[in-house]
Design a protein around this ligand. Sequence first.
Ligand code: ZN
Length: 150
Amino acid sequence: MSVELRELYQEVILDHNRHPRNRGKIEEPTGFAEGHNPLCGDNIKVYLQTAGDRVEEVRFEGSGCAISTASASLMTEAIKGKTLAEVEAVFREFQSMVTETGEAVEHPELGDLEVFGGVREYPVRIKCATLPWHTLKAALQGEEDRVSTE
Ligand code: ZN
């Protein structure tokens, strides 16, 4: 990855950390889950409003590091308006991007989420980046349990 690209990615992450999108709660969500990453201390709550098989609204609350906050923010932007099948596909793609080993592969279909491709080099940070997604998945499945990345 070029230095310019890396800096650009850093910018996107810092921007979403400073100004998280879709932060807040939904009063009567159709799905809710809470996630915790004990390694870093990240906490996140994901609120969902689905209609049929589509995500109408998604919001999050919580406290965590820049990576987890930016990941949650970008996740909400990426999945709003998508069908559950599309959300599942993005989740799988994201998961494989941050955990794949060997040569870096481009993931243009992930759009801005591609900024997290760099975390694969920092195993501790992978859990920060994937925590919002695991929490989202629990919210979609209607699990009340707390999610832990450990
Ligand atoms: Zn973290």
